[in-house]
Design a protein around this ligand. Sequence first.
Ligand SMILES: Cc1cc2nc3c(=O)[nH]c(=O)nc-3n(C[C@H](O)[C@H](O)[C@H](O)COP(=O)(O)OP(=O)(O)OC[C@H]3O[C@@H](n4cnc5c(N)ncnc54)[C@H](O)[C@@H]3O)c2cc1C
Length: 253
Amino acid sequence: MERTAIRRRLTWQVATVTDVRRETGTARTIVLEVPDWPGHLAGQHLDVRLTADDGYRASRSYSIASAWSDSQGSTIELTVEQVPDGEVSPYLVDVLKVGDPLEIRGPVGGWFVWKPEQDGPVQLIGGGSGVVPLRAMLRAHAHTGSTTPFRLLYSVRRPESVIYVSDLKELASSDDVDVRLVYTREAPAGEPRVGRIDADVISKYAFTPQDGATTYVCGPTPFVETVADLLVAAGHDPARVRTERFGPTGGPR
Ligand SMILES: Cc1cc2nc3c(=O)[nH]c(=O)nc-3n(C[C@H](O)[C@H](O)[C@H](O)COP(=O)(O)OP(=O)(O)OC[C@H]3O[C@@H](n4cnc5c(N)ncnc54)[C@H](O)[C@@H]3O)c2cc1C
């Protein structure tokens, strides 16, 4: 790997907020203009660092929600779900505004990524804000005109918790993408099932072990561990199950 590319990833740089979009009552998408963005793979994340007036610093990881192509130049998107009493996420969701600077470092990560040239179908399984890097993969799939079969299984508490509602509707209209939502607390009218992803849901909606799919699972740590266990118990090859846990990150720095 080129030394300049590595240096750029490890060096903090200042992005500028060019747009913000409310996704749900507790989540919003932040559009950033990043000078000299080196590009990223769908599924990668970056680090965000906040500095208080007294010099106190805190940094956290956030997945990149957008796919990257040359034509997009240096624009990237993050989607942040507010964690109650959190140090960083409430600022990003409620306070940061268009025109503000934001320190970032990245892109980071080489395993939880989808590349269009990869073999085999793709199963995406997200819980809550774990849908963020999966959205980048879905957008990369659309941008590149890939015909690789994609399936998204997305677990949310209730209809108002769905992030990327219009995006998902549009993506679901593609013949190559199947989108299924699972509601854990309250389902919309006409949807009888309320409950978590279980073995039955996996066997009904996910690719079978014989399909040779690569599965990407992302969300809170307990969600990821439960789903990964269900997949392996159903006969999926653990080597084809890639996971990303959105547990607490960072801390003061
Ligand atoms: C690789 C990676 C990618 C991530 N991508 C995203 C993303 O795209 N969007 C996003 O919203 N978040 C993402 N996260 C989570 C994010 O890094 C922060 O952990 C989250 O925003 C909370 O930070 P905070 O400073 O507000 O809370 P903190 O001050 O760190 O924590 C406050 C309290 O909440 C608990 N807590 C912290 N994080 C979480 C969490 N994720 N879920 C439940 N409880 C938590 C802590 O244990 C603590 O009790 C990602 C994490 C990782 C590791």
